[in-house]
Design a protein around this ligand. Structure first.
Ligand code: GAR
Length: 223
């Protein structure tokens, strides 16, 4: 059983997708906390979905480490053993990451290590990228860094706008993130000494209407 804490800062669409998928595999995964560092739409959606929520607002603490300590205590009190960042837009300190070593996962809207940071879709378009996508990775103290668990890529259209590309990548995220979590819960993916190991013959991933069987290549391509 994976007991999940999901950290958010905004819209919360990845969190809701994870919640929906977790509900279907309830014997293997459970969301024990949705926490946010600011009031946001996602926290309201989580409460509306009947999930346990907590606001750990940076403004309620004298400094960042006070906020992180309260967050860590909430996570531990909820009994979470995995922390999923889903649009949590604050950089976690090295001491927080160490406290939950190899137990924090993030999703980022680019094919890391390319395009770390913000505005990834606009930057992909202005750089003329033909390939773009999303990455699920283990969190280390460096921003948008850490061992890659799985990536999903798509081909950028020549006349595509930033919002069109963002929507397509978000759809990819909504398939990719739950897939990785269910793979961890099922033992198809294991983290050993900080490194991901996919079980040979791990299940295929369903992205949109397409089934892609070779997750072991680390990057799945969405046509
Ligand atoms: C997602 O696109 C996620 O990949 C991104 O924030 C968005 C949150 O959307 N995360 C990062 O950029 C982390 N560096 P959501 O709140 O609807 O899930």
């Amino acid at each position: 059983m994976m007991r999940l804490a999901i950290l958010i800062s905004g819209r919360g669409s990845n969190m809701l997708r994870l919640a929906n998928v977790v509900a279907t595999g309830a014997d293997q995964t459970q969301i024990v906390l949705v926490a946010a560092n600011k009031p946001c739409q996602g926290l309201d959606s989580a409460a509306g979905a009947g999930l346990p929520t907590q606001l750990v607002d940076r403004h309620d603490f004298a400094d960042k480490s006070g906020q992180e300590d309260a967050l860590a205590e909430a996570i531990e009190a909820a009994g979470a053993d995995w922390i999923l960042l889903a649009g949590y837009m604050a950089i976690l300190s090295a001491s927080f990451v160490d406290r939950f070593r190899d137990r924090i996962i993030n999703i980022h809207p680019s094919l890391l290590p390319d395009l770390k940071g913000l505005d990834t879709h606009a930057r992909a378009l202005s750089a003329g990228y033909r390939r773009h996508g999303a990455t699920v990775h283990l969190v280390t103290p460096a921003l948008d860094d850490g061992p890659i668990l799985l990536q999903a890529a798509l081909t950028v259209s020549r006349d595509e706008t930033e919002s069109e590309l963002a929507a397509r990548v978000l759809a990819l995220e909504h398939a990719l993130y739950p897939f990785v979590i269910l793979a961890l819960a099922a033992g198809d993916l294991r983290i050993i000494d900080g490194n991901p190991h996919w079980r040979p013959g791990a299940r295929s991933i369903e992205l949109a209407d397409t089934t892609i069987s070779d997750v072991l290549k680390k990057t799945v391509i969405w046509p």
